[in-house]
Design a protein around this ligand. Structure first.
Ligand code: ZN
Length: 87
């Protein structure tokens, strides 16, 4: 069984319950965060506190994967990393 190491960036401004999990958009080669509860997502750290600037990730048509810690640290999200979890 593979374990998934997930990294997250604070709480969701849309539902105020979920954590924002980092995900890779493999299709467009970019990093975004995605709420574990309501599936709301944000592309840029400057928008993450504003629910209206988010999007419903279920409606997006791109391939996703789990980013590594290195990928997060090399992105514009590096200062937003709050914690990690293992699934
Ligand atoms: Zn949410």
């Amino acid at each position: 069984m593979n374990t998934r190491n997930l990294y997250w960036a604070g709480a969701c401004a849309h539902c105020h319950q979920g954590r924002l999990i980092f995900q890779n958009d493999m299709t467009h080669r970019r990093l975004y965060v995605h709420c574990e509860e309501c599936e709301w997502g944000w592309l840029h750290p400057s928008d993450v506190g504003d629910a209206e600037k988010g999007f419903l990730t279920l409606l997006q048509n791109f391939d996703t994967g789990d980013p590594t810690l290195e990928e997060i640290q090399q992105s514009e999200w590096r200062n937003y990393l709050t914690g990690s979890l293992r699934l």
